[in-house]
Design a protein around this ligand. Structure first.
Ligand code: AMP
Length: 125
């Protein structure tokens, strides 16, 4: 079910539980601000989710209310994950769903990172 972009943070969402190591994930990266792990239902040969450690529900609250250090740390982490996975040369796609129209399903901010093959145009032409 899609979730709204704004509202109280739900500490029991699946990514909060992954952050607390209550459920397993295939982590590929972690630092003080973010972790990254493989998506359980990959849509490309490489499909990784990068999430901030902080309790942010979506790009909406993160971009307006997160401390500068968390925003900088998270953005740098997304770039570091792509670099670490060797995706800078072939290229990659980033995507963040926010709210109902975008069909955001997990109410913890996440950026999808896709790569590993030519991804084609983003929208059907
Ligand atoms: P979104 O629609 O942007 O909220 O995307 C949620 C993503 O989380 C989907 O691509 C799911 O496949 C992925 N996902 C859900 N549960 C897990 C999990 N336990 N481990 C890894 N990825 C997950």
């Amino acid at each position: 079910m899609p979730v709204a972009a704004l509202g109280p943070y739900d500490d029991s969402n699946i990514f909060a539980r992954i952050l607390r190591d209550e459920i397993p994930s295939r982590r590929v990266y972690e630092d003080d601000f973010a972790i990254a792990f493989h998506d359980i239902n990959p849509q490309a040969p490489l499909h990784v989710l990068v999430i901030p450690r902080g309790p942010w529900r979506s790009w909406a609250d993160f971009s307006s209310a997160a401390p500068d250090a968390e925003i900088v740390g998270f953005i740098r982490a997304v770039g570091a994950v792509a670099r670490q996975l060797g995706l800078e040369e072939p290229g990659y796609r980033l995507l963040a769903n926010a709210g109902l129209d975008a069909h955001q399903e997990v109410p913890h901010l996440h950026v999808h990172l896709f790569g590993g093959r030519p991804l084609g145009p983003m929208l059907v032409r």
